[in-house]
Design a binder for this molecule. Structure first.
Ligand code: AMP
Length: 630
C-alpha cells in the first residue's frame, strides 16, 4: 500500500500543509517541492478504517459517525500507535488528528482498570472539551469507558468526585492537571498513553514547564504521541528528551493548479452554514452544484433541508447503492437535478459538464481532497466556481489550500438581504419577459384583462400587480432587509487573524486578489447584481477595452443595480475615455467617478478604503430605487 504520507526521521521543516509561523518555525523549508514527494491520491481510495487494525467496537462507532475513509494523518498515525510506538505528528486542526490518537487509545483501553490510563494535554479549555466529546463519540460501543475533562475555571468538586469514581481517559489543560497532581487528587501511576495535543500552542501559552513536569513524573514506559502544527526547536528538544524513538509523520501534499476555477471562501460558524448556503444558492448564477460534506449522515440531512427550501437536491455517499448513485448522477447531467450533496468518496471521478459550482460546506480533511473536489467544476473548458465555508478554527487550513492549489482564495461576504432581493427581482423580470414571449396565450389573456379593466375602472398596472399577488401566494417575494440576520454571521465579527488576508466581513466589497497598493480612485458602473455581473467580467471588460492590467484594479463592490470599481489613480484620461463605450452583457457600463467625491478622481488618498462604500450606500443615498414592499 502506498501511503499518502511520508514518514520520516526528525526534520526541522514543518509540513507543507501548515502555515509558516515566523516566530517559532525554523527558516528551513522542505528541500524538495511537495509535489514530488507526494504519493498518488488514488492510493487513499481503497483504505478503510478496518484496514488499520482498530477494535471492532471502535469501528462500529465510526460507522455511526459516518466517516468514509481515514484521513491522511489517521492512515499514517494509527498503525504505529496501535503497534505501541511513540509518534510525532505534524498536523493542524481540521486534519482529523483527534481521531488519529483517540481511536488507537480506545482500541486498547482496559475498562476494568479504574486509574486513568490515558491523559491528553490540550492548550485550552475549548479544545479539551472538544477532544472529550470526540472520545465519547468514538467510545459509544466501547463498554464502560469514562472520559473526564479537567480544566481551569471549573469547580474542583465536579472533577474530584469523578476522579474518585474512576475514569479511563483524562483530557485537561496543563495548569489544572498540575494542580491535581500537586494535591494528590490525580493518580497517574498506571498511565499508559500520554498525548500532547497542539503542543506548539501549549508552549506559546507558557505551559512548557508544566508539560515537562508531567512528562517526567509519569511512568517511563508510557506511550507518547505529540501533535503539533509546527515544529519549533523547543518541541524538537522535548520530543528528543521524552519520546522513545518516535515515528515522525508529516502530511505531504500534491500541488496543482486549476486556473479556470475561481476560489472563494466564507467564514461562517457551523450552525449558520445552512442559512449561508441558502443565500449563496439565491444569488449565485449556478447551473449544477456539488455541495461537499464530511460525513455520510450529513449528506442526507442537508439534502433534505435543501429540498424543504424548494431546491432539487439529492444525496450520494458511499452508502448509496451503485445503481442509485448512477441514476442520481444521470439526473444531474440531464438537468433534472441541480444540487448534489456528496462525500469525497461518492464524488470521486464525477464528470458532469454542467457543474458550475462546488461548495465545500465542510472543508475537506486534506488538501488533496480539496483539489479533487474543485476539479469537479470547470470541466470541458468551462469556468467554475469553488466556495469554501471556513469556521474560525479552520482558518489555517486556508494557507494549506492556497499552497496546494498555488492560488489565493478570495474572501467573500455573505450575500445580504438586498443582494438576495435584487436577484429575486431580476428573476421575476425574466419570468415576465418569458411569459410575454408566449404570444398566443398573451393574446387570449389580454382580452380577459381588457374586459376587467373596462368594467372595474382600474389601471392596468394595478391589475398586473394583483395577478402577481395571486401568483406569489402567501410567500413574500422579498426579504426584509431590516431583519437581515446576515449581520450576526460570524464573518462580520471576526477579528482578522492573518495579516495578509482581508478578513473584514459584513457588507464589504470583495477585494481583488492582488489589489494595487498605490492611490486609487472609485468609479461607478451601471451594471450590478441584477445584470448578474461578476467581478471577473468587470475586470475582463475594463482590462480589454481600456488596456488596464491586474495591478490597476482595487476593490470591486457589486451592488444590486450598479457596481463600484476602484482603479489606480494612475490610469490615464486616455484609457478612461476608451472605457466610455464599454458594454458588459450588452449593457453600457457608463463608467463615471463615484458620486459624492470631487472631480473625476474622487479619491486618491492611498490604499483602498472600503468602509466608505458601506456608509454611503447602505443607508439611503444610492439605495436601489425599488423598495422591498412586495
Ligand atoms: P480534528 O482535526 O481532529 O479537529 O478534526 C476535524 C474534523 O474532521 C472533525 O469535525 C472530525 O469529526 C472530522 N473528521 C475526523 N476524521 C474524519 C474522517 N476520517 N472523515 C471525515 N471527517 C473526519
Amino acid at each position: 500500500m502506498t501511503s499518502p504520507l511520508n514518514t520520516t526521521g526528525p526534520s526541522d521543516a514543518e509540513p507543507s500543509t501548515t502555515a509558516t509561523s515566523t516566530t517559532d518555525t525554523p527558516a528551513a523549508a522542505p528541500t524538495e517541492p511537495a509535489a514530488e514527494q507526494a504519493a498518488a491520491p488514488a492510493a487513499e481510495a481503497t483504505l478503510t478504517f478496518a484496514d488499520l487494525g482498530l477494535d471492532d467496537a471502535v469501528l462500529k462507532a465510526l460507522k455511526d459517525v459516518g466517516y468514509e475513509t481515514p484521513s491522511a494523518i489517521q492512515a499514517a498515525t494509527i498503525p504505529p500507535l496501535l503497534a505501541g510506538r511513540d509518534v510525532v505528528g505534524l498536523a493542524q486542526t481540521g486534519t482529523g488528528k483527534t481521531a488519529a490518537f483517540a481511536l488507537p487509545i480506545l482500541s486498547r483501553l482496559d475498562s476494568s482498570q479504574k486509574k486513568p490510563q490515558a491523559l491528553v494535554l490540550a492548550p485550552t479549555r475549548e479544545l479539551a472539551l472538544q477532544v472529550c466529546e470526540a472520545f465519547e463519540r468514538y467510545a459509544t460501543h466501547v463498554r464502560g469507558v469514562r472520559v473526564l475533562p479537567v480544566y481551569g475555571g471549573q469547580a474542583y468538586g465536579v472533577q474530584l468526585s469523578a476522579l474518585r469514581r474512576g475514569v479511563h481517559v483524562v483530557v485537561g489543560t496543563p495548569g489544572r492537571i498540575m494542580d491535581h497532581l500537586e494535591k494528590g487528587t490525580l493518580d497517574l501511576s498506571e498511565l499508559k498513553y500520554l498525548v500532547l495535543d497542539e503542543a506548539d500552542e501549549m508552549l506559546r501559552m507558557g505551559f512548557a514547564e508544566d508539560v515537562e513536569t508531567i512528562l517526567a513524573d509519569t511512568p517511563s514506559d508510557k506511550q507518547v504521541a505529540l501533535f503539533s502544527a509546527t515544529m519549533p526547536a523547543q518541541i524538537r528538544r522535548i520530543s528528543q528528551k521524552y519520546l522513545n524513538d518516535p515515528e515522525e509523520i508529516t502530511v505531504k501534499n500534491k500541488t496543482t493548479t486549476s486556473s479556470n476555477t475561481t476560489q472563494r471562501y466564507l467564514v461562517v460558524s457551523y450552525p449558520q452554514k445552512v442559512d449561508a448556503l441558502t443565500r449563496i444558492l439565491e444569488v449565485e448564477n449556478f447551473e449544477g452544484m456539488i455541495v461537499f460534506v464530511r460525513t455520510k449522515n450529513e449528506t442526507e440531512t442537508l439534502a433534505e433541508k435543501l429540498r424543504a427550501r424548494g431546491y432539487s437536491a439529492a444525496a450520494i455517499s458511499g452508502d448509496v447503492a451503485q445503481a442509485q448513485r448512477e441514476r442520481t448522477v444521470n439526473q444531474l447531467k440531464s438537468g433534472k437535478l441541480d444540487i448534489l450533496v456528496a462525500t469525497d468518496v461518492a464524488a470521486r471521478g464525477l464528470d458532469v459538464d454542467r457543474i458550475s459550482h462546488v461548495v465545500n460546506y465542510d472543508l475537506p480533511i486534506d488538501t488533496e481532497s480539496y483539489v479533487h473536489r474543485i476539479g469537479r467544476t470547470g470541466r470541458a473548458g468551462r469556468t467554475g466556481d469553488a466556495i469554501s465555508f471556513v469556521t474560525p478554527r479552520e482558518r489555517r487550513m486556508l494557507t494549506s489550500i492556497e499552497k496546494a492549489t498555488r492560488q489565493p482564495l478570495t474572501q467573500m461576504r455573505l450575500p445580504t438581504a438586498e443582494d438576495v432581493n435584487a436577484t429575486r427581482l431580476s428573476r421575476f423580470d425574466d419570468q415576465i419577459t418569458a411569459a410575454l414571449g408566449q404570444t398566443e396565450r398573451i393574446d387570449r389573456f389580454r382580452d380577459i384583462i381588457g374586459h376587467y379593466v373596462a368594467h372595474h375602472d382600474v389601471p392596468e398596472a394595478d391589475v398586473a400587480a394583483a395577478l402577481a399577488v395571486v401568483s406569489q401566494g402567501d410567500e413574500p417575494l422579498l426579504l426584509d432587509p431590516n431583519r437581515d440576520r446576515s449581520e450576526s454571521f460570524v464573518e462580520q465579527r471576526e477579528r482578522p487573524d492573518r495579516g495578509d488576508r482581508d478578513s473584514r466581513g459584513g457588507d464589504r466589497p470583495e477585494r481583488r486578489q492582488r489589489p494595487s497598493s498605490g492611490p486609487m480612485a472609485t468609479y461607478r458602473i451601471a451594471v450590478g447584481r441584477r445584470q448578474r455581473v461578476e467581478p471577473r467580467q468587470i475586470v475582463g471588460a475594463l482590462a480589454n477595452e481600456g488596456g488596464l492590467s491586474r495591478e490597476d484594479f482595487g476593490m470591486i463592490d457589486i451592488r444590486p443595480d450598479f457596481s463600484l470599481v476602484e482603479l489606480s489613480a494612475d490610469v490615464s484620461e486616455d484609457k478612461l475615455a476608451k472605457l466610455a463605450d464599454t458594454r458588459i452583457g450588452g449593457k453600457l457600463i457608463e463608467l463615471r467617478p463615484d458620486r459624492g467625491a470631487p472631480g473625476k478622481r474622487p479619491r486618491t488618498d492611498g490604499p483602498p478604503r472600503s468602509g466608505g462604500f458601506r456608509d454611503r450606500d447602505d443607508r439611503g443615498g444610492d439605495r436601489p430605487e425599488r423598495k422591498p414592499r412586495y
